[in-house]
Design a protein around this ligand. Structure first.
Ligand code: SF4
Length: 393
């Protein structure tokens, strides 16, 4: 399969524009970021697409640009508003980096070369190549997983994707057609997204069929899957006067984002009660409990959330029949828990996150509407809605 020394490799890459561009003109999807080649718009779309599927990014892209139509608007946007606009896309560091870079661009102007773009926060080789070719018509390849897949199959190159990536950056540049650099970049991406897909590529309809050495999904060779790290978290959903408590995460995953109060260990109801008493809380009752698994790319959180009600809210909740069963069940579990469990929980060293003063209370409707809450925590909102609603009625 290896054509690395076959001499046909250069010719195969040189033949790409003539095969791909007519196919692209006919088959490209109508995507909102393909309306023009304004560098700000191209840049925002490329950052959004880094870890988000095209379908999921479309709506966010339109909403984002309606709210922040220029790089100056983005540079001046308050962080909370920015994160709310980014909600649903995940990987919030992308939004922060985008704004950090926007402040520089708003002051100094847009870079016009891939090198200039690479100096900005959140922009690597792929994104720099994509922006420079699409927005500035430069022959700068943008080699991501899609393009590596297409070209490894086309060339029959079975080297690991990391090795292939750096060689393709250099090899692809001379194949770029002067007049249509941006379209060439996009045609490769488009083929990878719609025809040369990871599984079951549509080889019979592919414009590269005659040239292709593989004509199947045999390449790239599968990588050994990395094991995800697993962590257990107990999430405490404090409810007081019909409002729910958020706190900013101080470290680790989702640092700087709003979340709920977390203890980085699994606890049963008895353990939670012992923990709260140990932390100085005297007057509370446990409400509804729910377990949930949240999967990040390299990490899994096994989460168990408990609603923690103030005494007054607990009394109000007792009148709400649906929630009362849950509350009673949780408290029964607590009562039935073994003394050994309590003792063990009490002995556990207090987690770093015991600063109740850092809790900020908000109406649940406001959390849902205005505050950017990562999806790792959004599943808790129905519990809060029920508890806060019952407490208010
Ligand atoms: S022929 Fe098949 S494997 Fe080759 S580039 Fe086209 S879709 Fe991919």
């Amino acid at each position: 399969m290896d054509t690395k020394r076959s001499g046909g490799r250069e010719a195969a890459l040189a033949a790409l524009p003539a095969l791909l561009l007519p196919w692209y003109d006919k088959n490209k999807r109508d995507l909102p970021w393909r309306q023009d080649t304004d560098p700000y718009r191209v840049w925002v779309s490329e950052i959004m697409l880094q870890q988000t599927r095209v379908e999921a990014a479309k709506e966010h892209y339109v909403r984002f640009l309606r709210a922040l139509p220029t790089v100056e608007d983005l540079a001046a946007c308050p962080e909370d508003k920015l994160l709310k606009l980014w909600e649903g896309l995940g990987y919030y560091s992308r939004a922060r980096n985008l704004q950090k870079a926007a402040k520089i661009v708003a002051a100094e102007g847009f870079p016009s070369t891939a090198e200039g773009w690479r100096k900005l926060s959140g922009i690597g080789d792929y994104t720099a190549g994509a922006i420079a070719s699409i927005a500035f018509g430069q022959p700068t390849p943008a080699v991501d997983g899609n393009v590596i897949r297409v070209l490894s199959r086309l060339l029959g190159d079975d080297r690991p994707p990391e090795a292939l990536k750096s060689s393709l950056f250099a090899e692809l540049a001379p194949a770029y057609p002067q007049a249509r650099c941006g379209d060439f970049t996009q045609s490769l991406m488009e083929l990878g997204a719609t025809v040369c897909t990871p599984a079951s590529p549509l080889c019979l309809t592919c414009p590269l069929f005659e040239l292709c050495r593989t004509r199947s999904d045999a390449l790239p060779l599968p990588r050994r899957k990395q094991e995800r790290k697993r962590s257990e978290l107990t999430v405490l959903l404090f409810v007081r006067g019909g409002e729910a408590a958020l706190c900013r995460r101080q470290s680790g995953v989702l640092r700087g984002m709003y979340g709920f109060f977390c203890i980085e260990q699994a606890m049963d109801a008895a353990g939670v009660q012992a923990f709260l008493r140990g932390a100085g809380m005297r007057s509370f009752a446990l409400g509804e409990r729910r377990a949930h698994r949240h999967v990040f790319t390299h990490l899994e959180w096994e989460m168990t959330a408990y609603v923690v009600l103030s005494e007054e809210d607990a009394a109000a909740l007792q009148n709400s029949s649906a929630a009362a069963d849950d509350a009673a069940a949780a408290n029964q579990t607590a009562a039935a828990a073994s003394a050994a469990g309590e003792a063990a929980a009490a002995k556990q060293s207090a987690p770093a996150h015991t600063d109740f003063a850092a809790l900020q209370y908000f109406p649940v409707e406001r959390i849902e509407r205005e505050i950017s809450l990562p999806s790792a925590f959004r599943w808790c909102l129905p519990l809060l809605r029920r508890a806060a609603g019952a407490a208010r009625n």
